[in-house]
Design a protein around this ligand. Sequence first.
Ligand code: BG6
Length: 462
Amino acid sequence: MFKKDFLWGASTSAYQCEGGDPNDGKGKSWQDVKKIPEGTLDFSIASDHYHHYKEDVRLMAEMGLKAYRFSIAWTRIYPDGTGEINQKGVDFYNALINECIKYDIEPIVTMFHFDYPQALEEKGGWSCRESVDWFVNYASTLFRLFGDRVHYWLTINEQNLMTLYGKLIGTFHSHGLYNNEIQEMYQQNHHMLVAQAIVIDECHKMLKNAKIGPALNIALAYPLTCKPKDIQAAQNYNAMRNWFYLDALVYGRNNVIMDAYLKKNNAMPQMMPGDKELLEKAHPDFISFNYYNTLVCEADDGTTESFESPIFARRGIKGFFKGAKSPYTKSTAYGWEIDPDGFLTTIRELYSKYHLPLMISENGLGAVDEFRDGTVEDDYRIDFLRDHIEKLREAVDEGVEFFSYCPWSAFDLISTTKGISKRYGFIYVDMNDQGGGSLNRYKKKSFYWYQKVIKSNGENLK
Ligand code: BG6
């Protein structure tokens, strides 16, 4: 049974839904300067949440949401990443937060979700040590501006995927400052870890009633067979993808598998005196994680293609792991494995390792929805979410402490690489990848289903 005050919510991120306004003073981020995939919608329009936020929050309230997880665009607050504050950006988030509170919706704020200020990137971005101060300055500003009303803070979205797959997501930029690219990736990661450690501590000092934690993408990798080498390959990948970040953030510890990998590749990040102590001192209040699918690994047999391949089954690192295809799971139309049991397996593993309360900041099904007669009959999305909530309930019944579930996404928005035609929302947004559409909102079948789920506090999943 879910706790009475369980926060049923839904998620979005700023650059994927807000759109812009030429007069609002927002600075450019990674997302505004990257080359978007051909034939996909421009971020300057997106779902135009910037102008539709009142209607969006009203619809979320009608759905029964108890929480809304959204991100703040760093460049709306600080157009250049540091320096002068942009009052229009502050006004927007004040209005959005107040609108949530008006309907008793708990705002859960991600500070940074894939949209780093371009002005800071040009000064060296996460590769340079000053990036720690820049993030701490930005985060402290958020605590000061919104901390009287925001009680849940998520530091960085999917730091692990930015580190591992930054080139694929478009978030890794090399400044050529280190021995090699691997060291630069892990140096950026180290700066993010130290910055978060300071920010977690700062949050506890500044805001007595707030809770703060990271938002990683955690998905367990299974060994393809019980061959010892396959098991070791899965251990390697799990260390690299999941545990390395949490060992540092929760315990301030190194991960031995990753230490060996980094040493072997001449890629140990440079530590400053005091970094270890900062990491040991920081104590997140919870772990938030995004869960979409699990993965399978086998031992590298010499045919591993490359780490950058978009298809996991072809991805790998020579001598470390090779991605494989599961014979047991079905996939979405976009090739993502559907594995609700893996959700429970991942939760068990995570909770046993770190013993912290958990929340889900993303979980959902991307699909091409067919809009007909003012709605979308998205039974496939309902099935996906139902199967996952069932496993979440099992985990809660086993004794795992969970306080929130925020599926992706509250309403349709632009996906990371497939435009707005890959939809996740409970609410349909009339906009297509050619930039045509009224931006009107329509309730999908899943909207009414989730409304029932929330009303019954997760008991009625039919
Ligand atoms: C998560 C990201 O990895 O997956 C979101 O935090 C993203 O930003 C979501 O949108 C779904 O991925 P995609 O590629 O289908 O948009």
